[in-house]
Design a protein around this ligand. Structure first.
Ligand SMILES: Cc1cc2nc3c(=O)[nH]c(=O)nc-3n(C[C@H](O)[C@H](O)[C@H](O)COP(=O)(O)OP(=O)(O)OC[C@H]3O[C@@H](n4cnc5c(N)ncnc54)[C@H](O)[C@@H]3O)c2cc1C
Length: 309
């Protein structure tokens, strides 16, 4: 759907760049999904404040896109404004000579953060190793892998709330837990302060290297996925339950439960978002029927699913 004239002229008046009817599939790791009504680029805090204010004033929905590594974007696409964080909101700056505190924009990629940490010996940020998201997405998800979670490195996050108010949250206020946090709905993380830990940089480098090697061997990385589709239920593993339900290799269209790791759902090439969602929901229903366990999704559904059945 086109933006309204009111939204268009308000964005132009605030000098916020945007394009209309922009395909999103290439920006989402599953490589599926329809267009955004508008793709808006926020390069400064002022842009982000303007976007949230305009969205409230014109009743236009807003969705913030990180690196798209945990998103199933619907085939119908996303109504309203999809916001990308770039420029000042995608930078990484040590705040002191010892780099004990680092300011990182919400749109900064974790892979770049980890390689910069590797180069500079910034220990403590290995919690992000192997996660292909941005800082904003990592905070929203409390992303983590074998070397820790976002909560272990985060000091505070500055976010722009719906309407345009800026608020800084301490890590305690965010109440981060397994793959979730209490960032208010609709808040967009503009930047964050991370703490490094000190200690031997060579030990840090070796931990990251061997961890990434182990991960590469255990994950199906030849086809697009969003990593783990489901959270692990308390005391168990989603992958174990899915495998025990006989679902490895289960396929609808070109969407398939991976043989190598049952918690990954792959796009073998040409899958639609609907195919992927059908596989996800079939897995959820089958595990519930067989084991009485309701798997909670880790991946987020984005966009307009109103016609989906
Ligand atoms: C191969 C592969 C391996 C993975 N391995 C792991 C892993 O080991 N551990 C793990 O935790 N995850 C893993 N993931 C999932 C994913 O990388 C993380 O969840 C990551 O934190 C998502 O970040 P993103 O920037 O891609 O967010 P997106 O996928 O773009 O968005 C996810 C959610 O975060 C919100 N969001 C994004 N940016 C912001 C922002 N600035 N402010 C507020 N909300 C925001 C979005 O609106 C959306 O709701 C993996 C994914 C893949 C493809």
């Amino acid at each position: 759907m086109p933006l309204t004239d009111a939204t268009r002229s308000a964005l132009a008046a605030a000098d916020v760049p945007f394009d209309e009817d922009v395909p999103l599939a290439s920006r989402a790791w599953w490589r599926v999904g329809g267009p955004a009504d508008a793709l808006v680029t926020a390069s400064t805090l002022e842009h982000l404040i303007a976007v949230q204010r305009i969205a409230a004033e014109t009743e236009t929905p807003v969705f913030v896109l990180g690196n798209g590594s945990n998103l199933l974007v619907s085939d119908a696409g996303v109504r309203g404004m999809v916001v990308l964080l770039r420029g000042e909101l995608a930078k990484c700056t040590p705040l002191d000579d010892a780099a004990s505190r680092i300011e990182v924009g919400g749109g900064f990629k974790l892979t770049v953060l980890v390689s910069r940490s590797h180069r500079n010996g910034w220990t403590g940020l290995e919690v992000f190793a192997g996660i292909p998201g941005t800082i904003g997405g990592a905070i929203r998800m409390n992303a983590g892998a074998g070397l820790g979670e976002t909560v272990d490195a985060l000091v505070s996050a500055e976010a722009v709330l719906p309407g345009g108010t800026v608020r800084t949250f301490t890590v305690d206020e965010l109440k981060m837990s397994y793959r979730t946090c209490e960032l208010p709905a609709g808040a967009i993380v503009a930047r964050a302060i991370l703490a490094t830990r000190g200690g031997d940089p060579d030990v840090f480098r070796e931990r990251v290297r061997s961890f990434l090697e182990r991960r590469k061997a255990s994950q199906p990385l030849k086809h697009p996925s969003c990593g783990s589709t489901f959270r692990n239920p308390p005391g168990d593993y989603a992958g174990r339950l899915i495998e025990a339900a006989g679902l490895k290799g289960f396929q609808i269209g070109a969407a398939q439960v991976a043989h190598k790791h049952a918690n990954f759902v792959l796009n073998l090439g040409g899958a639609t978002a609907s195919d992927l969602r059908r596989v996800v929901e079939h897995v959820q229903n089958t595990v519930q029927e067989q084991f009485g366990v309701k798997l909670e999704r880790e991946v987020h559904y984005a966009g307009d699913w109103s016609d989906w059945s």
